[in-house]
Design a protein around this ligand. Sequence first.
Ligand code: ADP
Ligand code: ZN
Ligand code: ZN
Length: 701
Amino acid sequence: MTHWLSVAVPTPAHSGLGEPLTYRADAPLPAGSIVRVPLGAREVLGVVWGEAPAPSAELAPQVRAIAGGFDGLPPLTDDWRALIGFTARYYQRALGEVALAALPPQLRTLTGVQLARRLKRLAGAAPPEDAPADDCRTLTGEQAAALARVDEGGGPFLLFGATGSGKTEVYLRAAARALAQHASAQVLVLVPEINLTPQLLARFAERFGTGAVVAMHSGLTPAQRLAAWLSAHLGQARIVLGTRVAVLASLPGLRLIVVDEEHDPSYKQQEGARYSARDLAVYRGKLTGATVVLGSATPSLESWHASTPAPDGPGRYVRLAMPRRVGLGPDDDPALGLPRVRRVDMGRQPRDALIAPPLMAAIAERAARGEQSLLLLNRRGWAPVLHCADCGWHSECPHCSAFRVFHKIDRTLRCHHCGLTERVPRACPACGNLDIGTRGRGTEQLEERLVEWLADATRPDGERVRVARVDADSTRGAGQLEASLARVHAGEVDVLVGTQMIAKGHDFRRVTLVAAVNPDAALFSSDFRAPERLFALLMQAAGRAGRDTRTGQAEMWVQTHHPQHPLFGSLKAHDYPGFAARELAERAQAGLPPHAHLALLRAEARTQDAAQAFLTAVAEAARDATRADPAAAHVHWYPAVPLAVQRVAGIERAQMLLESSSRAALQRVLAACQPCLHALRAQPAHRGVVRWAVDVDPLAV
Ligand code: ADP
Ligand code: ZN
Ligand code: ZN
């Protein structure tokens, strides 16, 4: 007998075929079964979404048969399919694309025999049932209170814990309790970046045994990815620790989801289905009844707002505060042990000083005592621009609306947007002037200057002070980042220069001075989240300093032309709530998230006109289509505009902002946009459009 199945398959993103396709099968297959199916000339993986209505007698012969299944592999759960369905709908992508992106591609190539062998190996490798090595250290009062509240149930919880307050210990205990509740219980722990997984992985493995914990991130080989996925899907992995992709993993026993550093922008996927793993974690928790714990010392304003009690009742999230570092007593000032923040008014320093003389002296002094300093500068390369004072030429990228950055190390001009790299010209390409100069400073220059300035400074052992740099350029090779960090930990480096990469999560015991070299740009950025990101980065960086409180007073220096800026005032007071309250008030006034919901339609085309014309046509068509829908009146459309970096690799980019106080209204209008985007793109008038995308809850607008 023939069975008709509705199967989610990876249809090309812009084909307009968002829905599952119908296939025939000789035997019934439960929803959630993973199958191999023909699609065009290829054979792809698919997920059975349910039974399909029988096609008409006319169409039936054209319906293709599934190519095979995977015996022994349990079907994906209804909850998993519901999560995928929600993700696809909410972020406006095809169901099959989202479903298949969450499966290990290597599964497709496995024969039945190979799969059986792997399943057997996994079953054999079952972790010995050793009870987790119970940690004997006593919890701090704040940790105990937070855990007790989590135990009461409910949530989602926002664990608002200062750096060093022991959030990880709370995650570990919460995980232990969740696992103890049921033999098949599973825990998902999300971290923002791959390079933060090893540290946390080690702590979880130490507590729960190596066999019980698997890592899941984009750095795995296809074989590792398959193994990790299988072990999570089969329940062998009790704890899955991963980056944002892991939020869509199959975890049939999921009881607890932890999102560490929940404010981190890396949780937002920036291509394909542009989902927020943090938001999906909250959704998934609600869907499956799993407890959700979001943790941060500087929560996203969204989560902070959600956990703020409203006048008419509690917040949607439950806020758990751990303001004090481990080691402080309940009556101690939470600021004890946190670095002293010093603002350096750059207007009073020698003109064009890269490092103010008093800061320079402080760095040398710390080095002489055997202490380390961390200098943050969010611009890599030597100088952001090369220019000619005679004719006004700048090192623009010919393909992008951006300057190419001067990298002195290999004497190149590099475009950080399209990658174009050329040798630095000997003379001005426009007028032949031999005397071309640089403007602005990057990490390379800072490193070079520090070496010069510290030429006479010495370490306690009498040797010269050592300077190192960590940024995307210095860590390109495999293992380079780990090697650099190891040198810092070993005390071989006295002064570390780097981009924000070095501020995140690394526990540098001997760092007693942190400096933000030039943070001002973020104060006046057109990106409305720039101040929030800067504040989080600086608080985070301050948390790096003086973790080992036996050394003297740690300091955080901020070089700024705006020492009176309230952001720095809040930083000095280590006052996140004060910062958040001010920022939220500004967002409310400007109609920005979390007080409003945003979505972007983006288009890329050969010309800016073509990109904008496409978006304008889509807006008109979508407005027409939703005229009868009263919800549509609550959505505000902005005109199409060029992106901040308007041209990349010769392609013009434009976007259109949609804003609404109602998430549901915005969703309905976006759903109406989909068919318009597909239909208009197919018209000859819009042939110049290279691609388009929808970004729901975008990070930047
Ligand atoms: P956070 O993640 O909040 O920045 P961590 O979890 O890294 O903080 O904890 C900071 C330090 O305190 C770590 O070295 C950790 O081992 C230690 N620690 C955490 N909880 C306790 C405790 N209850 N007693 C003693 N040390 C603790
Ligand atoms: Zn010139
Ligand atoms: Zn370029």
